[in-house]
Design a protein around this ligand. Structure first.
Ligand SMILES: Cc1cc2nc3c(=O)[nH]c(=O)nc-3n(C[C@H](O)[C@H](O)[C@H](O)COP(=O)(O)O)c2cc1C
Length: 188
């Protein structure tokens, strides 16, 4: 079984990156193959609402880095996405990825259906619950199975690496990863 974690931060090795790696270490210890994708060096344009994916199943007309990431998302048994909070929201590049993947799924054969997954969120101070809810909308409308943790999977930090000092946040994400592995194994 495979677990894919996608960081929506434009920062290489920032807090979202590091927190997702905490989750991936737990998933690897649970016996899953793991893969990490960071959007910091990727170009993903917003959905054009051109309707091509409504006519040609599972295809997007825009030739950018989305084309290499979507098959990885389809293949994964567990999908984790992480975002820093930007003015109370998820990052635009992560939302562009989810908008396009989601529209293709809705007009194609929804390869996310009953896949296990969850979002995690990082912030300096505020907006975590809004952003967690914003990302949950994707998982829920796709019919995915989303486990909880011992708290909402959020953590605090400003400068890269600070998030690892948030002991409760790190513990919550580790427990989320254990629940993701548990659910994926049960549903296999
Ligand atoms: C454009 C921008 C907007 C931000 N907006 C918020 C915000 O609304 N709330 C907050 O607590 N932190 C905010 N932050 C801080 C980041 O969420 C925080 O530094 C986070 O750790 C960055 O994660 P990263 O290292 O994975 O990029 C903002 C940062 C940037 C660059």
């Amino acid at each position: 079984m495979q677990a894919l974690a996608i960081s929506g931060s434009p920062r290489k090795e920032g807090n979202t990156w590091q927190l997702l790696h905490v989750a991936l270490e737990v998933l690897a210890a649970e016996g899953l193959e793991t893969e990490f994708v960071s959007l910091h060096n990727k170009v993903i344009h917003p959905c054009l609402a051109c309707g091509t994916c409504q006519k040609k199943q599972n295809q997007c007309v825009q030739e950018d880095d989305f084309q290499e990431i979507l098959p990885k998302m389809h293949l994964a048994d567990i999908l984790l996405v992480g975002s820093p909070v930007y003015f109370g929201s998820a990052t635009p590049n992560l939302m562009a990825l989810l908008d396009r993947a989601g529209y293709i799924a809705r007009y194609g054969d929804n390869r996310f259906f009953r896949k296990v997954g969850a979002p995690i969120v990082v912030a300096r101070r505020a907006g975590v619950n809004f952003t967690y809810a914003q990302l949950l909308f994707f998982f829920m409308i796709m019919g995915m199975v989303v486990p909880g943790s011992t708290y909402w999977p959020i953590a605090y930090g400003l400068k890269p690496g600070e998030v690892l000092q948030d002991a409760e946040g790190v513990e919550t994400v580790k427990n989320l990863a254990k629940n993701l592995a548990w659910a994926a194994k049960k549903l296999r």
